[in-house]
Write a protein that binds this ligand. Structure first.
Ligand SMILES: Cc1ncc(COP(=O)(O)O)c(C=O)c1O
Length: 412
């Protein structure tokens, strides 16, 4: 019998300094949304911003809006709003492309900065796109390069003077394990290697201090905890001490110092602007810009504290209510936990589907992981309590074994 009551949950919500932020989201009534680590919900300001850009800037301003509405500067202007969430400064971040593409740019640029080195290190459990693009960029480098995708515990032992680049994802997409970003960056630097961080599962949920860690490159997506919308632009950061020496592996006219001089030779614009490639996706950037309003004035320490409180509560309640039913794969240690909780169960897919049928949205990652994301700006303590009750009802009633869940759709 759990000792944490509904009154406790409601009291925690009433005392929550972030509670007011939930109203900024257009969440379906009654839904418990624990999948913001996959796709963040709609922020009302985001829809309003897109409507305004369509109606005023596109429909009325037409092509003049490139100048009058600041469209040309939008990748960096939006980047400036992401910067404080990752410990970066103004003018250091560009919002553009998609994450795989900006990772390609960062990898290509980093490999050129260490031309004498022959190895690239990554985590064998890294997100698949990271592994694919790393392999592909290494194959295209101007020298033979060996990509070593190792078990996490073997990474440090493999760091030697042959390593050009270490590429890691800060928070593991499956397990929610958070890596030691400053510590691993320092170890990579000790070996003379560069460090590239994928912040897909961190930005907006876990405070990151890239400058404090003296990191080299970082990239992330914005459709998860930044709520930028399906397929919203990614972001790229390059350390200011490196950016002048970095060459854009995918140069395009919008990264040129003078795009409208139409010069046939590529002269990069200074700073992160030189890493821009193409015409900015204005509607997508407008949606992201509007979504970022919810982070205005937010204390990231409060976000982190609430994230840990929510995930602690979820773990405790599941283990009390359903002892031994699911096995926890997310670290209990706060220092090693991101903002999601993952459980292993042979019928994880059915569990997730049965929960969705009950209005509790998490997701499934093959072969046997049920994942629940806790976005502190809109998830409440009472949601955690209710989600656990639904989970118990699913398992106790065998709802997860329903024949409907024997086949999987394309997106799980
Ligand atoms: C860690 C990580 N890296 C990269 C990606 C893929 O990014 P994109 O599809 O935007 O290229 C994801 C997608 O969820 C991810 O979780």
């Amino acid at each position: 019998m759990t000792r944490y009551s509904r009154a406790d949950a409601l009291a925690a919500d009433a005392a929550d300094p972030l509670a007011g932020r939930r109203d900024a989201f257009d969440l379906p009534a009654g839904l418990i949304y624990l999948d913001g680590n996959s796709l963040g919900p709609l922020v009302r300001a985001s829809a309003a911003r897109v409507d305004a850009v369509v109606a005023d800037q596109w429909a009325r301003g037409l092509v003049t809006s490139w100048n009058t509405a600041g469209w040309m500067d939008l990748p960096l202007a939006v980047g400036d709003r992401i910067a404080p969430l990752i410990g970066a400064g103004p003018g250091e971040v560009a919002a553009m492309d998609t994450l795989t593409i900006v990772l390609a740019k960062a990898i290509g640029a980093a490999l050129e900065l260490r031309p004498e080195r022959s190895t690239v290190l990554t985590d064998a459990a890294n997100f698949h796109t990271d592994l694919y693009i790393l392999e592909a960029m290494a194959r295209r480098a101007r020298r033979p390069l060996r990509v070593r995708a190792l078990d996490r515990e073997d990474l440090l032992g493999a760091l030697d003077e042959s390593v050009a680049l270490v590429m890691l994802t800060h928070v593991d997409f499956r397990t929610g394990e958070m890596l030691d970003l400053p510590g691993l960056t320092a170890r990579a630097h000790q070996a003379g290697a560069l460090m590239l961080w994928d912040l897909a599962h961190s930005t907006g949920a876990v405070p990151v201090d890239l400058a404090g860690a003296d990191a080299d490159f970082a990239a992330g997506c914005t459709y998860k905890y930044l709520n930028g919308g399906p397929g919203s632009p990614a972001f790229l950061w390059v350390a200011p001490r490196l950016v002048a020496d970095v060459a854009n592996p995918l140069p395009g006219w919008l990264g040129h110092a003078r795009p409208f001089d139409f010069e046939s030779a590529f002269t990069p614009a200074p700073g992160i602007r030189g890493l821009v490639t193409s015409t900015p996706s204005i509607l997508a950037l407008a949606a992201l810009d509007g979504a970022l309003d919810v982070f205005d004035g937010v204390d990231l320490a409060a976000v982190r504290a609430k994230s840990l409180a929510l995930t602690d509560l979820f773990i405790t309640l599941v283990e009390e209510r359903l002892p031994g039913a699911l096995s926890l794969v997310t670290p209990r240690d706060h220092a090693r936990r991101g903002s999601q909780v993952a459980w292993r169960h042979p019928a994880a897919f059915g569990i997730v589907q049965a929960l969705i049928a009950r209005g509790v949205v998490g997701d499934f990652r093959a072969p046997d992981i049920a994942r629940f994301g806790f976005a502190p700006l809109y998830v409440r303590f009472v949601d955690v309590l209710d989600a656990v009750e639904h989970l118990a009802a699913v398992l106790e009633g065998g709802e997860h074994l329903d024949a409907r869940y024997a086949t999987r759709p394309a997106v799980t």
